[in-house]
Design a protein around this ligand. Structure first.
Ligand SMILES: CC(=O)SCCNC(=O)CCNC(=O)[C@H](O)C(C)(C)COP(=O)(O)OP(=O)(O)OC[C@H]1O[C@@H](n2cnc3c(N)ncnc32)[C@H](O)[C@@H]1OP(=O)(O)O
Ligand SMILES: O=CC(=O)O
Ligand SMILES: [Mg+2]
Length: 565
């Protein structure tokens, strides 16, 4: 735990407008972001949209209660006219016609932001969401990094690498920024006595400081560009559209300047893709298959349906019928509406110490990307710069010089006839105690890293972030809740809290041996183990592990009693 600040800088405070209270640490660098005008802009967004956000979150809970009572997600008969209507989204801005390879990374560390912009990818998605633990320090440093990246002045001197200096190349990737989801509060910024809505802080501060430089540079007259996560219904897209319109009005820039790609990464949202694009039609930059959160959402949506248990996490890939159907329908929907249909993230990352294993991992990435481009995706994600040459080769080889396949109206043959049943068909495969062990080992290590301030980490040669960790948590919960039968090397055993307790003890010992006693003691592994166990056996499934654990990373200055958010 950091001690109370005593320097003059730490005793200074932010210059805030009426009704705004900053409870995060003071830092002169952060103060250049948290200016009175920028905070007034954020407060204006909060005041205009907080009622609609509250309502949307209540509607999520209400809809979930219906799923819990046995209803299945489906297309909404009331918006059939939108799905069947002949409309298109606004033309794609020339600056982002080519999005064949997009790299993602958290908005901090600074070095990673520079590396991502220089990586050779067409787009860099800078993340306040799945890849970032939303500590005050991470969020504010992230804002500083983004401002400097758009200004073109970002640089970094790496003392750990003999003082190597990082700065931007001549050509860089186009920047997209992903704010947090609607559900997350920002407990270091209070507006009118309540925590601000996290994504409005992320969006508002970045937009305020960078829109002019972005449009003049990166966006060639358009922008800034965004990725929007975890929406469940088009009413949530309508709120974002309102936020964009307000921002454009306040900034005095043309309507339709801001563009955003929506991640279709919840099960309810797949039934709303046309409706989401329609709400955002003047601000849309297409849809993306956020496959990891989508799997998480499948479990969450069907939490009360014992007939829809997932097999081991490693078996829930894009070849499963419900996943393939989702990706194919997304491609068809986007191309009908003349916007990009973006593919998702393969979780493999380079393996440094084993050439054969590295080649095998790269081959899996190539296969995944080939499937995507053949199906009609216009671009895809990479988690690491080392994957970009292989992914570019696959996409550019297939597109033959075209920036995308929107006008080719590419879509798989089955896409026009995908049914509600196709989209929810239970995945097939074995459920094993080994799967329970792996979920536990990965979930605990991810949570320990997240509590320590890292939101994306390499574990067992895969990239793990909040979305992939959520699958581990909810899958354990689901198996325990419904007493799933698991295979233990040919013997059938039932998933029970007692089994989890035993697995937890053994896996904690294994993690301790793997990371070493010293790192285990200094890290927050024991605390993470307790939280993860509690979440797996909770009578009611927690909506988000990051929301449940958020209070543990909130640090108020001057120190207030522990947050009870
Ligand atoms: C489900 C989803 O939402 S996916 C999207 C959200 N997830 C992400 O964005 C995860 C992005 N990826 C990462 O965070 C990282 O690649 C990790 C944590 C998985 C692995 O990171 P590391 O262990 O640091 O990787 P590694 O040691 O191989 O890094 C080598 C170099 O590549 C750089 N690098 C690694 N990943 C990235 C990245 N995504 N963007 C930019 N640079 C990167 C490192 O900065 C390092 O640079 P250096 O040689 O100049 O020092
Ligand atoms: O955000 C992406 C995902 O797969 O989740
Ligand atoms: Mg996600």
């Amino acid at each position: 735990m950091p001690s109370m600040p005593t320097t003059a800088a730490a005793m200074a405070s932010y210059d805030t407008p009426e009704g705004v209270d900053i409870r995060g640490r003071y830092d002169p660098e952060f103060a250049a972001i948290l200016t009175r005008d920028a905070l007034s802009f954020v407060a204006g967004l909060q005041r205009e949209f907080r009622g609609a956000v509250r309502h949307a979150m209540e509607r999520r809970r209400e809809t979930q209660r219906r799923y819990d009572a046995g209803e299945l997600p489906r297309f909404d008969p009331a918006t059939k006219f939108v799905r069947e209507g002949d409309w298109t989204c606004a033309p794609v801005p020339p600056a982002i016609a080519d999005r064949t390879v997009e790299i993602t990374s958290p908005v901090d560390p600074r070095k990673m932001v520079i590396n991502a912009l220089n990586s050779g990818a067409k787009v860099f998605m800078a993340d306040f969401e799945d890849a970032l633990a939303p500590t005050w320090e991470n969020l504010m440093r992230g804002q500083v990094n983004l401002r400097d990246a758009v200004a073109g002045t970002i640089s970094f001197r790496d003392t750990a690498r003999g003082g190597r200096v990082y700065k931007l190349d001549e050509r860089t990737a186009k920047l997209f920024v992903r704010p947090r989801g609607w559900h997350l509060p920002e407990a270091h910024v209070f507006i009118d006595g309540e925590p601000a809505i996290g994504c409005l802080v992320d969006f508002g501060l970045y937009f305020f400081h960078s829109h002019a430089a972005f449009r003049a540079g990166q966006g060639s007259g358009f922008g800034p560009f965004f990725y929007l996560p975890k929406m469940e219904h088009s009413r949530e897209a309508r709120i974002w559209n309102g936020v964009f319109e307000r921002a454009e009005r306040v900034a005095g820039i043309e309507r339709g300047s801001i563009r955003a790609t929506v991640l279709v990464e919840t099960l309810p949202a797949v039934f709303q893709m046309d409706e989401i694009l329609h709400e955002l039609r003047d601000h849309s930059a297409g849809l993306n298959c956020g496959r990891w959160d989508y799997i998480f959402s499948y479990v969450k949506t069907f939490r009360a349906h014992p007939d829809r248990l997932l097999p081991d996490r490693a078996l829930v890939g894009m070849a499963q019928h419900f996943m393939r159907s989702y990706s194919h329908l997304l491609i068809r929907t986007c191309h009908r509406r003349q916007v990009h249909a973006m593919g998702g993230m393969a979780a493999q990352i380079p393996i440094k110490d084993d050439a054969a294993a590295n080649e095998a991992a790269l081959e899996l990435v190539r296969k995944d990307k080939l499937r995507e481009v053949r199906a009609g995706h216009d671009g895809t994600w990479a988690a690491h710069p080392g994957l970009i040459p292989a992914i570019r080769e696959v996409f550019e080889g297939h597109l033959g010089g075209k920036p995308n396949q929107i006008n080719a109206a590419a879509a798989p043959a089955d896409a026009a006839t995908i049914t509600e049943e196709d989209l929810i068909q239970p995945p097939r495969g074995a459920r094993t105690v080994e799967g329970l062990r792996l979920n536990t080992r990965v979930g605990v290590q991810y949570l320990a890293a997240w509590l320590g301030g890292s939101g994306s980490v390499p574990l067992y040669n895969l990239m793990e972030d909040a979305a992939t960790a959520e699958i581990s948590r909810v899958q354990n919960w689901q198996w325990l809740r419904h007493g799933a039968t698991l295979d233990a090397g040919g013997v059938a055993v039932r998933a029970t809290p007692e089994l989890l307790a035993r697995v937890m003890e053994e896996e904690m010992a294994r993690v301790r041996a793997e990371v070493g006693a010293e790192r285990f003691r200094r890290g927050r592994y024991a605390e993470a183990g307790k939280i993860f166990s509690r979440q797996c056996v909770a009578p009611e499934l927690d909506d988000f592990l990051t929301l449940d654990a958020y209070g543990l990373i909130v640090v108020h200055h001057p120190r207030a009693p522990a947050s009870k958010l």
